[in-house]
Write a protein that binds this ligand. Sequence first.
Ligand SMILES: Cc1ncc(C[n+]2csc(CCOP(=O)(O)OP(=O)(O)O)c2C)c(N)n1
Length: 668
Amino acid sequence: MTQIKTAENLFQFDIGGISKETHLQLYESLLMPRRIEEKMLILLRQGKISKWFSGWGQEAISIGVVNALEKDEFILPMHRNLGIFTGRDIPLSRLFAQFQGKKTGFTKGRDRSFHFGSIEHHIVGMISHLGPQMAIADGIGLAHKLSNEKKVCLVFSGDGASSEGDFHEGLNVAAVWKLPVIFVVEHNGYGLSTPSEEQFAFTNFTDKGPGYGIESYRIDGNNVAEVYSMIKKLAEGIRENPRPILVEAMTFRMRGHEEASGTKYVPKDLMESWAIKDPVLNYEKFLLDRGILSESILKELNTKIKKLINEGLDEAFSESSITADSQEELSDLYAPFSQVPISPNSGNSRELRFVDAISDALKQSMQKFPNLVLMGQDIGTYGGVFKITDGFVEAFGKERVRNTPLCESAIIGAALGLSIKGYKAMVEMQFADFVSVGFNQIVNNLAKIHYRWGQNADVVVRMPTGAGVAAGPFHSQSNEAWFFHTPGLKIVYPSNPYDAKGLLNAALEDPNPYLYFEHKALYRSLTGEVPDDYYTLPIGQAKLVTEGSEVSIITYGMGVHWAKSTAESLGCKADILDLRTLLPWDKDAVEKTVRKTGKVIFLQEDCLTGGIGGEICAWIAEHCFQYLDAPVMREGSLDTPVPFAPPLEKNFLPVERFSDKLKNLLEY
Ligand SMILES: Cc1ncc(C[n+]2csc(CCOP(=O)(O)OP(=O)(O)O)c2C)c(N)n1
């Protein structure tokens, strides 16, 4: 152990209401992460572990927090919160196996260090992006509030991560919805090498909280007794009167950002001034002075902890390194779910517009799943900009049909938080284009969480998409390909009212994350027979829309309508295959039609480069080459943003070029 001076009289550990037993328990709890870290630093030097994020000097925050909350209250820690994991009694052998990338770790070797959660321990671990944790905590808090559970959820942030938009969005949503969440900012002076004054222009987070309408407190993060009693008191208050609270815990990062990066940029006197405030040594001294701790107890505790650490390490080291199994890797991508498509009960149906079929599905899914919550901008009383949720507030109440502030990232993150608590969530993007500001939550949280640590994301993001409505570059994009490339998501894209209802119901039923694309130009221009009853359609199954022997046109969404009209006007006999699901897409149906016609063209509304068609055509070239009588062709929109003026937009879209290309293919 490093010998350093301690800071006599710096701390008020003698806080009323903490019994001797609690003091002892806090101390033992505090000792564990320090001793583990000492050991990890040795292992790092020996090359036995690859990376270490130090929490040295900040342990009192995690330990105060973890002991103050009930065991079944969720905590969302960051990379310096080892004490949260040890404080929740996570078996050390599993924790070390996690650090070593072993199979019995929490992520089966798929993610590193503290990047994991454990529902059993009510811990939701971070992704590297830091800020997205805040919104997940909001979602958990929302679930607590909706089910009146009288529980607190607590999330950490560093002072550096507070510059992220997610920090702002997370606090704002919590404030507006009065969510029972404690936000603890560990104000440790640096974000990697950047000091706080280069990170933000305010001094303390207690100045920032009130701007959001959030009660804020500053505490000494190196004083475990203060952290413990403050968090305990705040949690008790929140359980009775749900509301967010911001706690700024003042502390200092005593080691490098991670071990390899060092601390050269930290002034020596600053380091020394904090060294004497060491949270473990000072508390130890206090307890010894008060006779709560004796040298013999100290020895006993250290022996016990050392033994636990060594046993845990022995077990983790004795486990052989992981062997890859592609089948297992792929099958863990999604939460297990075998869909059994549901047929409508009666034969009753009626003619519905595309937009009404979507609304009908949402309504019936809301009736079928009392745990389904809808969130989106203006979807409450106003009914959404496309009126899809018109009347829903009256039918299902404001709690389940939630108007949200203008913050896509926080709402998608909150949807994941709801899912962690067993809810289902649907998030309506006002326009698919705006998903760009919620992108990270989708591709890094929703998509990866099941693969990483087995937590499902029961979330459907609805995406009003597509051009042809003279709405310009930011209300017209086809952005399904952004997500097509992301393992872990499912993507559906119906082309008609019947499919729209059946596929939306199916997506909402499945506990995995979905992007559901709905073409705005079809909303009110297309009608079709739609069963009255609830039904679902098979995910991953394409549909042959027209049958013909001359050529296969593979497409989806608006492309289906363009393909039909073009084939008709050219008088060609085409197999038109509507993919309906883009992820996973129907390889069997694609192969079948290619084998039948020997000539294939892919049509997409999206720009040509990097679109869905590129992947599917490559697959056809590789797997169906022997059935082909002509090159595999593609048509899509111009590789430009979507222009506003109708003549430009018409030129941008692929319809006319498609007709020419189809003629070429037929004549080949
Ligand atoms: C979005 C994003 N940008 C940059 C990084 C790289 N990074 C990781 S931790 C870190 C500093 C974080 O500082 P702070 O939030 O104060 O936490 P601390 O490390 O001080 O505990 C940075 C820049 C990242 N992980 N994610």
